[in-house]
Design a protein around this ligand. Sequence first.
Ligand SMILES: [Zn+2]
Length: 254
Amino acid sequence: MYTMSLFMTLARYYSDYGYYGTRSTSDHIGIYIVLYLAVIIIPLIAQINVSSTFKKYSKIGNSRGLTADQVARQILDSNGLHYVEIEHIKGNLSDHFDPRTNVVRLSDSVYGQTSVAAIGVAAHECGHACQHAESYGPILLRSKLVPVTNICSHLWYIVLIIGCVLSAFTIGTALIYVSIAMFAAVVIFQTVTLPVEFDASNRALKTLANDGILEPSEVPHAGKVLKAAALTYVASLLASVLQLFRLLLSTRRR
Ligand SMILES: [Zn+2]
């Protein structure tokens, strides 16, 4: 983890300073500072927002007294997904659906909890299980992009650093462009993730309302939690687009 953050810092350093020597104009400094701060601050604000929203609605229990795992079982069964299992995992908001093992994993703040926030998150993860069962287009595309995204997200900045170190040579310049292309692949993955996440939340809220799991007055509360969660994906994408813009701006100054 430490090594990765060191590489990221080096990549930022090189992409900003390393192979250009002195900056060309003071205008660039302003743009770079704004972009640099935005890339860090936007996801941070979204993360603080989802944590505080979840905390707020964790204090409001659903009127039927159902636990989130009971609700997940009900939703999965009503969609014919009896084979999908539900497991309790450690951690906070680490909930997910694993399509390889067909397991919905619910974290400490969701599994066994009766809050409208927990119910919303559990229903959202069941939404992902339904997407896979229905071969929902965007989630199939997202799954296909996972292997290449894993490689690109872990290696793009290492390629960038090597490219910057070798920038006096043609291969160095080529590697810088390869690293930007690798980062662009990550941005594409994040873009495809958005409809997947929004659709899972829409399915969740529809089911919670139509199946009478939550009272009509409780559904908007779950909706606020899911909206805050969706905004973290939007914030990550926005930060990445700005980062990509920053990288492309760097190449223009060469
Ligand atoms: Zn999701």
